[in-house]
Design a protein around this ligand. Sequence first.
Ligand SMILES: NC(=O)c1ccc[n+]([C@@H]2O[C@H](COP(=O)([O-])OP(=O)(O)OC[C@H]3O[C@@H](n4cnc5c(N)ncnc54)[C@H](OP(=O)(O)O)[C@@H]3O)[C@@H](O)[C@H]2O)c1
Length: 483
Amino acid sequence: MTYEPCTLVLFGATGHLAQTKLYPALHNLYLEGLLPEGLTVVGVGRRLANKEELQQEVARAVAIHSRGDKEVSEDFLSLFHYLQFDLNHEEGFKLLRNYLMRYNHRRFLFYLAIAPASFPIAVEQLQKAGLTKSAGTWPRIAVEKPFGRDLDSAQSLNAKLKASFPADNIYRIDHYLGKEMLQNILVLRFANSLFEPLWNNRYLRKIQLNVLESGSVADRGSYFEQAGALRDMIPSHLMQLLALLAMEPPASLTQEAIASEKVKVLRSLSPLKNENILRGQYVEGELGGKKVPGYRQEPGVSPNSEVETFVSLRLFVNNFRWAQVPFLITTGKRLPQEGAGVIVEFKTPPQVLYFGKYDLEPNLLVIKIQPQEGVFLQFNAKKLASKEQIVPVQMDYCQNCAFPNLSPRAYEHLLRDIFLGDGALFASWEEIETAWEFYDQVLSLSDLGKLPLKPYRAGSWPPVPWLEEDVCKSTIFPCPSQN
Ligand SMILES: NC(=O)c1ccc[n+]([C@@H]2O[C@H](COP(=O)([O-])OP(=O)(O)OC[C@H]3O[C@@H](n4cnc5c(N)ncnc54)[C@H](OP(=O)(O)O)[C@@H]3O)[C@@H](O)[C@H]2O)c1
């Protein structure tokens, strides 16, 4: 795969995602010489008036959010151009088409960093303007998450995209797949002899998948009111994580081979019962010594909102490898600790010799996704100089501790791969469709609001019966525990 000169048309150039993630990622790729030669970026938005204003905004965004060098060069800024128009107006797309005709190449990447409700109209307008094509490796389109809000809306969006772009030119972004440690899960599992022989229901007791945040919904209250914690995180990021952890070894490392194994995992999920879903919503509390408001007091949130800000699910993958091993998936906001990771808990050996006699900790393998990236392994050893005592000891590999800013951010991998035409880090339609089928089938998402909603104080853990305290205490990684 090689880079070809191309033009990135960024819808949502004035938005939060562009500022916090996309501009810093483009800047780091630029510094590392990983942008295509001759790249130009045409930003589209309403708020700014011209390219000078956009360039100022890009410089500001890099200064605040970049992991690397925060100074931008004139050369980098000169990549950015701007068109001000409303996506709902056909005239704007005519303007865009005329503007793009100045380039000798016809290699356009349309990136939809706009509200999901605007994805369909943007695709329709691009088609009407004659900017789409049904064959070749260009133009390409990148679509942000969430890909639909249920099965119907996802299918309808996918049909629109497929009518306008070749299947291989559609990049469905799930930025979790761009994270270093998610890419590392397959390496860990299939490039070592250490874990794979034990990676099954004979040796594993349970697997926790946690994405925990101490932050609030901030200024995204009105978005969150439509989404809630389950829709926002689970059918996309956490299902991808689960599939990578539970899949069989693929026949090769191509996107098709990996996606096909992931889909089999999603199809093997047992229907989710109501008693295996716990929803919570934060109320006023204290965090870092400061009083913080409850969810219902956040801007953009209804004072009677029944939307969950915390959800924990107990899932089972009903196949030979995983029967009876619970996958405990937990995500939420305003929690006492912050971090994303996986905790794999091993079964204890036969209850002879030490087990049964001593109060022993289980073996744990923790895959740390963020903010720390690495692998932590806990096992039992004799306490130094003691005759009888056995204690848990740890091996901790942290790949970004010494140099926290060395690790490329997800969007650097994702943008680089779209420029290269490599779809391996993107969600396939089959994966997205199967995940929505699961959630639509087991629980009509419109009925989610009817399940009980447990209030929890901001800065405390909601009590979840299936998350036991003992494992949480023994790891260095944040994990939900009883208060
Ligand atoms: N923010 C994140 O951290 C994050 C993370 C993952 C995924 N995402 C996804 O990324 C997408 C964008 O999110 P965001 O947080 O960046 O949203 P945002 O801050 O609200 O930005 C929305 C962007 O869309 C533009 N826009 C809205 N209506 C428009 C219209 N009628 N015509 C032209 N432009 C219009 C806005 O331009 P003007 O303001 O100039 O009108 C703005 O640039 C969403 O799909 C979101 O789910 C966001």
